[in-house]
Design a protein around this ligand. Sequence first.
Ligand code: AMP
Ligand code: MG
Length: 350
Amino acid sequence: MKTNIWTVDNNVDKSDSYPQVKNAAVLLQKNEVVAFPTETVYGLGANAKSDEAVKKVFLAKGRPSDNPLIVHIASKEQLCEIVAGVPEMAKTLMNKFWPGPLTIILEKRQGVLSEIVTAGLNTVGVRMPDHPVALSLIAECGLPIAAPSANTSGKPSPTSAKHVESDLAGKIAGIVDGGPTGVGVESTVIDCTAAIPVILRPGGITKEELEETIGTVILDSSLKDATAAPKAPGMKYTHYAPKAPLELVKGDVEFLQNIADRKQSEGLKVGIIAAAEHIEYYRADYILSPGKLADLRTVAQGLYDTLRKFDELDADIILSEVFPEQGIGQAVMNRLYKAAGHHVISQNDK
Ligand code: AMP
Ligand code: MG
């Protein structure tokens, strides 16, 4: 299949008349799948009402069928069409964080969406993305758009159109290239169907921000204990993994360097992922940094690109520093733990 690529320059093109977006919207209406930028990562969009369209998303990504998709909307009217009701707490969250990187799980309206989108659940995850191209595309086609991240299942999510191309060219109808994404990690997923809301996946909106708005929120048990069964169906699968094995190293710079030296002496090519502030202290075959410790938002922004860059290098093993699990750091570490298959080497264990 030929994959159309349309480039949109947000700074030059006018959001109410993106001609490229019109072409993409027509394909979505024809139940084809199209990748588009959001403020978090690139999404792979499909008409959420059509089994035919949604099946193509699962096929292109190689995504397991029990992992539901988030439905993206551009207006509150679209929300009423797909959910059975909106609790007060969810309304408060929407008023504060939409458009933005927060996915809210609500009871779905029966018979509207493809059952494949929700993997047969009675609930649906909904979000309104904070990106002019995404909003204009969804409004233009007039459909709720089911969109997981636009990567091959298991690989790091795409934060640029190039990432999407390298995974999905030839497998999807089109890619709208709106430049690199801003947040860099996916939306926070919060379940608002219970009395006390539960974070199923940490992401672009932090636990601290949520609690400032609606009081206590609970972290799903799987996020506190790696061995517990995850509630968000998709969280049990391997995710974000580079080709080379990744190990997280909890310790100081010297501790990580010693491990790198030992691996090199065994004949292995070693890659290191480190905060920008620490790069100069390391020696290894490859040293990459996603961003600065002093501003964890830059680490979130650069994380997936860093993981993907290692796929172009021939490192045999990647050692990564850990980052503070505060604010957006909680999402960063959630992704790093998964990328590493929870392999951690800790200085305190020695
Ligand atoms: P992705 O599409 O890769 O951004 O992943 C979407 C995440 O949202 C996955 O972890 C899904 O399991 C989760 N999710 C989507 N819909 C629901 C739902 N109805 N209930 C619980 N989790 C959901
Ligand atoms: Mg994903």
